[in-house]
Every structure is written in structure tokens, then in C-alpha cells.
Design a protein around this ligand. Structure first.
Ligand code: MOS
Length: 751
């Protein structure tokens, strides 16, 4: 199609897919391209004369580089050059110029900027060669001398050195501490979550294609082509029209690709320096040195009446950040939004450590905040002698507790009911250690889950051809979540066209403006804009139909017209083909652009939240200290569901991640070296198929016209991981009577 960018290899549904409507389980339109390998990722783009860059990573946690000797590397046949802080193209010195739109407060890290070492594993040189093998070997020959300074990498050793961040949540209501002090039933406990690292299948990579005219076409692994475009033009002081950033296929990102990663400026610097195309791919080990889910310490205090009514909630967190940026997650605010309570105090502080700045990772902040709150609620249920689900229902909030705002929609009660029924929660005996099968103790646990429904500004263009083909586009991303599929569905349903006649193009910074794909907001934002663009086209067609001589549509209102099978159909039977309408107007296509500007003032009158209830069964072998999660039911209220199949896949993927967080994932630091030690797939544990058993996802009916007036959606994605680690932890307590207040729950904690 002439209005597609061919290099993006945009996927389309197979012939015969036919009419689709919201809620249908439609298979991915990009599925075939992905499993056959025809989908090309950032490191798979070829360019004539491509040069390969390999990063040399630093070995100390803090100090400065005194000397770099590249001579042995330069002697390797095929090596072209070695870039260092003393030998590179210019980088913006001004923080504001260098920052991307997702950067936290502080001075952003710049690779090869100066002699300062800010964290272990920092890039210190880039070896450029004719082949990847030559560059990789030569990188091992670069010698770097350092002058080390004392470093601090231990969060728990720095809890008393915490500082407020500007974005920090420190809200309160009533007098939580005084009420807690005199309350009849209470829980006061501390929680701790280890560092976790992103491990998407696709390695971080940038291929910079250097055009004959000096134009840079950059294929990058990112969640936002336009954010990277703006960033690289600022960081390297390039005119915007000289650069295009593309990300047509992304092999998993879930936060790691929100901020541009350092291989992007390195590859671009090298391309400018050599005036050639350059590719830089990070190794799996190097992906452990560019940002992580931060280590968090928390304290939760809950007080209740003997009948279970909550009297006070106090939730405090200490979260690590780097020495140069105040990366802040929303850890504690969820405790002001989930349960009805008159006295709430929230506190969140940061502890600066000599580590890379942490990055967003699926449901940042909430995973840990909800973990602590929901384990504490479980502890309170035992203190009260009350069923954990009954305790949640007793304190069900009908208005947002902290600010009294109404909810834009809230079907959490239906999640509790349907989830509990499907799981068989009523069969749970109240006492811990009361179920056993073979060598394993069996336990049931549950937790609530909460996330915010975000919507951002977005623009979409829709082009309808006389032959009935519809091409819709926006600079969105598909990080593996199903964006291609869901956006194609939205357009096909809106226009009443068979899905295979509709193509959605994303992944190019020149397309209409879209936000980065993050926060589970893409459908609310880009999807609503697509709906709006299609609506414009439909109104234009309706006008054309009314204008026709002796038209049966002459008196018809827009609402009287249905769109289907390439036709406009009037209630009552008259039809007219889209092709005939365009021919009569002498047009071979019509197009419309829609700019979604969310009605902020109206939206801010409501608390806009996504909810879920997670139920799980664990089996624990106490002799081995091994816990297995054998059954999970996750009941989700996330507004209208457009693509039932990809939405359920996202939630079950999130549940797997949650099980992984509960039992497997942790990156351990040697605080003498100030370095993450298990930085590889062998020692950083993620679940394999044998670790994952039954997972059932339920979507309860919900519709939200405040978050998206166009679609009624709220966003599905992050909600899948939330509550899972707490439900697992609570089930382990029910199985064993052991209360584990940290993640991951490794065998040593269960022995
Ligand atoms: Mo979102 S943190 O990009 O999964």
C-alpha cells in the first residue's frame, strides 16, 4: 500500500479473518511474522558497510578513570577505532538538553562523557570494527586504570540517610499514628524486596543506518520512537529532520525501553564519527548494568476494630535511587486508594546509592507497595480471626479514601466474587497447616490489586481507499503486548470492515504523535484517537450519502447509519457502497486525522483505577524448602476489553512474572565490590515451564467513559503482575504458618 512505510513490514490479518467486534479472541496480526522470523528487530537490520560496536564495561563502583589504553585493541585486524571520553563526538553538556521526556530529576547519565565512574558496569569505551567478532575480541584487550573512591551500594545500611524526592507521595488524612497507638487490633511489620532486572528476550540494540545524504535512520529497541528521536536530537545536537527513529518490532520491554538506553547514543555517536552505518548490541550481562527494579524497604501499620473495620493505615517506604538522579516510584499511594479508612499516613523517601538509576519495570512501585499492603492485610485477618476475603469486603471503598473522589468505575467487588467462586475460596479451612497432599503442605492465599488508568495525548491518521482498504497510523509501539492487533481491531470494528482490509502502522517517529507505550495506556490513548479518526471518516461518508441525488439518506441522522461490509446501511434497509460514494465525489481515498486531548479537568474529578483480585494455591515441601504455585485465578476489572485474547495473554504473562517475583527473581550485590554479581541467565532465576501451572484469567464486565469516552477502556497490562507476590506469600503462610515478608521467597527462607 502506497501510504505504508515499506521498511516497517507492517503486518495485516490473514485473508478470511472477517468482521471483528470488541471482546472477540482474535489472534495476533503479527504472530506469523514473529514465529517465522520475518519480523526484523533492531539488531537484525542490515545496511551496506555496517560497522559493529562492542561496549567495554567498567569494573569499579565509584571513582574516576585515570587512563585508557586502546593500543592492543587497535592492533586487532578489522578494528577501526575505539571511542572513549577523550575521543568522541560532542555530547550536550546541559542536563535539560540531554534529558528525554521520561528522565527523573537530576543529571542524566551520559556514556563516555567524562572520567567519572558513577556505578559498576558503566560503559567506558566503544570498540568499532568491521565485524562483530573483531570488535568483541578487541573489547577484551582495552585496558582501563581507575582511581577508586569509597562507595555505598547497600540500601538497608542507608535507611537513615533517606531524602525526600520532589515527586514523593507523603499524603495523610486524620491522625493515623495516634489512632494506631490506642487501637484494639493491630499489625506492625517490615517488608523488603530485592533488586530485580529486566530480562526481555530481545537484547538492547540500535542499528544506525547512515544515508547517502547523511540522514540517520535508527532502528532502536524502545517503547517510544518519538521520545528517542527527541532525546537523540537533544543529546547529540542534531537537527530533527536529520533523524528518523523506528521500532516496528520490539521483543519485550515492559519499562526497560521507556528511557532511551545508552547503546542508542553510543551507536549514533559512532555513526556520526565514522560517517557509516553502525550497530551496537548489548550483551545479556551488560543488560544488568543499565537500570533495575529498585530495592525497597517498607513498614506497614494497620489498626482495626474487633469487627474488622480498619481504623488506621500507615505505609512508609525507603526506595533506592542513584547518586545522580531521583528516580521515584509510586510505592505507598496505593494504600490510600484501596480500603475505606479515616486515618491514613503515607511516607516515601529515597536513598541514594552508587548504582545505575533504577528504571520502570512492569507496574513500577505498585508491585512492591501492593505486596506489603496485601501481606499486612493478610496478617491483620489472622490477628482478627477473620477470613482474608471477608476483611477486604468489610473495608470495601465506595469512594477513594484519601481524597473522597468518586471512582470513574469500580467493579472490584465483582472481581472478589467471581474470582473466589471460580477458585473455590469457600473450601479454605481457616487454620494454617490444615491441608496436606503427599509430601506437600497446601495453602490458599489471596490479594487485591490496584493500578492507575492512564490516558495521554495521542494522534492517529486514517486513510480509506475506494477499494475498501483502510490504513491507520500513529507512532505507537508494540512491545509484545498486541498493539498491532488491538488497534487494527478498533479501526475495523469502527468502520465495519473485515479485519484483513485494515492495516495499522506504528513504529516510526515520522508518524502522527503517540506517547511511549507505558503504564498500560496505549489503548486508552492511541486507540481512542483511532476511534476518533474513523468517526471523522464515517461522518464524511454520511455527508456524501446525504448529498446524493434522491438519496434515501437525505434525512438520515448519523446515528441512523450503520457501517458494514464496505457499505453504509440505513435503518430500514437502503444501502450505498463506500466505493460508489468516493467515485461520485471523484476521490480515490479520503483521510482524517484525530488528535486526542484527554479532558483533564473532568477526569481529575474522579479516581481512575484498574482493579483485580488474585487467588492462588501453593504446595510447599518443607523438607526441601520448595514452594510451587499450582493454581492462580486472577479476576480483573479493567474497563471494556477490546482484544480478549491478547488482553488475557498480558494478564497471564503478568501472573507468571508475579510468581517469578514471589519465588525466583533477585539480583544480589557484593557490597565490597559494589557490583551486581549474578548478572546472567544462569544465576538470575526466571521461571521455566515446569514452574508454571494452572493460570485462569477472568475479565469482569466494566465500562469507563471517563477514562476513554470513545472506547470505555481502562488499560490492561500492569494489572496482571499486581497482587500476585502477596497472594503467593499469603498462601505460603496458610500452608506452613511461616510469614515471609520479603521477596523472593527462596528455599532458605522456607527451611
Ligand atoms: Mo510498563 S513499566 O512500560 O510495563
Amino acid at each position: 500500500m502506497d501510504d505504508l512505510i515499506p521498511a516497517l513490514q507492517t503486518p495485516t490479518a490473514p485473508a478470511g479473518t472477517g468482521r471483528v467486534r470488541s471482546g472477540m479472541p482474535v489472534s495476533r496480526v503479527d504472530g506469523r511474522a514473529k514465529v517465522t522470523g520475518s519480523a526484523r528487530y533492531a539488531a537484525e537490520i542490515h545496511a551496506p558497510g555496517l560497522c559493529h560496536g562492542v561496549v567495554v564495561s567498567g569494573m569499579i563502583a565509584k571513582g574516576r578513570i585515570t587512563h585508557i589504553d586502546p593500543s592492543d585493541a587497535l592492533a586487532v585486524p578489522g578494528v577501526i577505532d575505539v571511542l572513549t571520553h577523550r575521543h568522541r563526538p560532542p555530547l550536550a553538556g546541559d542536563d535539560e538538553e540531554y534529558k528525554d521526556s521520561t528522565a527523573p530529576d537530576g543529571a542524566p547519565f551520559r556514556p563516555l562523557y567524562n572520567d567519572r565512574i558513577l556505578y559498576s558496569g558503566q560503559p567506558v569505551a566503544l570498540v568499532l570494527a568491521e565485524t562483530f567478532e573483531a570488535a568483541r575480541y578487541a573489547a577484551s584487550l582495552v585496558t582501563v586504570d581507575y582511581e577508586a573512591e569509597a562507595h555505598a551500594t547497600d540500601l538497608l545500611a542507608g535507611l537513615n540517610d533517606a531524602h525526600d524526592a520532589s515527586e514523593t507521595t507523603n499524603e495523610s488524612k486524620g491522625d493515623a499514628d495516634a489512632v494506631f497507638a490506642r487501637a484494639p487490633v493491630k499489625v506492625d511489620a517490615q517488608y523488603y524486596n530485592e533488586v530485580e532486572h529486566h530480562n526481555p528476550m530481545e537484547l538492547f540494540a540500535s542499528t544506525v543506518v547512515y544515508g547517502d545524504d547523511g540522514h540517520l535512520t535508527i532502528y532502536d529497541k524502545t517503547q517510544g520512537s518519538q521520545n528517542c528521536h527527541e532525546y537523540i536530537c537533544g543529546a547529540l545536537q542534531l537537527p530533527p529532520e536529520r533523524v528518523t527513529v523506528r521500532n516496528p518490532y520490539v521483543g519485550g520491554a515492559f519499562g526497560s525501553g521507556l528511557r532511551p538506553q545508552y547503546q542508542l547514543p553510543l551507536a549514533t555517536m559512532a555513526a556520526l564519527h565514522l560517517k557509516r552505518s553502525v550497530r551496537v548490541v548489548l550483551t545479556r550481562q551488560q543488560m544488568f548494568f543499565f537500570g533495575h527494579r529498585p530495592e525497597v524497604w517498607q513498614r506497614v501499620k494497620l489498626a482495626a476494630n474487633p469487627d474488622g473495620q480498619l481504623q488506621a493505615i500507615v505505609h512508609e517506604a525507603r526506595q533506592e535511587t542513584s547518586s545522580f538522579e531521583d528516580y521515584t516510584e509510586e510505592v505507598v499511594n496505593w494504600s490510600g486508594q484501596l480500603y475505606a479508612c479515616e486515618n491514613i499516613r503515607l511516607g516515601h523517601k529515597l536513598v541514594a546509592r552508587d548504582r545505575p538509576t533504577p528504571v520502570d519495570m512492569r507496574a513500577p512501585g505498585a508491585t512492591h507497595g501492593v505486596h506489603a499492603l496485601e501481606v499486612a492485610m493478610d496478617e491483620l485477618s489472622y490477628a482478627l480471626g477473620m477470613d482474608p476475603l471477608a476483611l477486604r469486603l468489610k473495608n470495601y471503598a465506595e469512594r477513594n479514601p484519601l481524597d473522597g473522589k468518586p471512582y470513574s468505575s469500580k467493579e472490584l467487588r465483582a472481581c472478589y466474587e467471581r474470582g473466589a467462586e471460580r477458585f473455590g475460596w469457600s473450601r479454605r479451612p481457616p487454620q494454617p497447616r490444615s491441608m496436606q497432599e503427599g509430601a506437600e503442605l497446601v495453602g490458599y492465599g489471596m490479594a487485591s490489586a490496584i493500578w492507575e488508568a492512564f490516558v495521554k495525548e495521542a494522534e492517529a491518521r486514517a486513510v480509506l481507499h475506494a477499494d475498501g482498504r483502510l490504513v491507520v497510523s500513529s507512532a505507537a509501539s508494540d512491545i509484545g503486548t498486541g498493539t498491532y492487533t488491538v488497534m487494527t481491531m478498533i479501526a475495523a470494528e469502527a468502520m465495519g470492515l473485515p479485519m484483513e482490509q485494515v492495516t495499522f502502522q506504528l513504529g516510526d517517529s515520522n508518524l502522527p504523535k503517540a506517547p511511549t507505550e507505558g503504564g498500560s495506556s496505549h489503548v486508552n490513548s492511541v486507540g481512542s484517537a483511532i476511534f476518533g479518526a474513523c468517526d471523522h471518516l464515517k461522518r464524511e461518508l454520511w455527508e456524501y450519502a446525504r448529498e446524493q441525488e434522491k438519496s434515501a439518506f437525505a434525512q438520515a441522522s448519523f446515528e441512523d447509519v450503520e457501517f458494514g461490509d464496505g457499505q453504509l446501511r440505513l435503518r430500514g434497509g437502503a444501502t450505498v457502497a463506500i466505493a460508489d460514494l468516493l467515485r461520485a465525489k471523484g476521490k480515490d481515498h479520503i483521510e482524517a486525522t484525530y488528535q486526542l486531548s484527554p479532558p483533564k479537568d473532568k477526569q481529575e474529578q474522579y479516581a481512575r483505577l484498574v482493579h483485580a483480585a488474585v487467588f492462588c494455591e501453593v504446595r510447599v515441601n518443607e523438607a526441601l524448602g520448595i514452594a510451587r504455585v499450582t493454581r492462580v485465578v486472577d479476576a480483573v476489572a479493567a474497563g471494556r476489553i477490546i482484544s480478549a485474547k491478547t488482553a488475557a495473554s498480558q494478564v497471564s504473562g503478568g501472573v507468571i512474572w508475579g510468581i517469578s517475583q514471589a519465588l525466583h527473581e533477585a539480583t544480589y550485590t557484593d557490597h565490597d565490590l559494589g557490583r551486581f554479581m549474578n548478572h546472567n541467565y544462569a544465576e538470575y532465576h526466571v521461571p521455566v515451564c515446569a514452574d508454571i501451572h494452572d493460570i485462569e484469567v477472568i475479565f469482569v464486565d466494566e465500562e469507563d467513559r471517563i477514562v476513554s469516552a470513545q472506547l470505555g477502556t481502562k488499560g490492561v497490562g500492569e494489572i496482571g503482575i499486581l497482587g500476585v507476590a502477596a497472594a503467593v506469600s499469603n498462601a505460603i503462610y496458610h500452608a506452613t504458618g511461616k510469614r515471609i515478608r520479603s521477596t523472593p521467597i527462596t528455599p532458605d527462607k522456607l527451611l
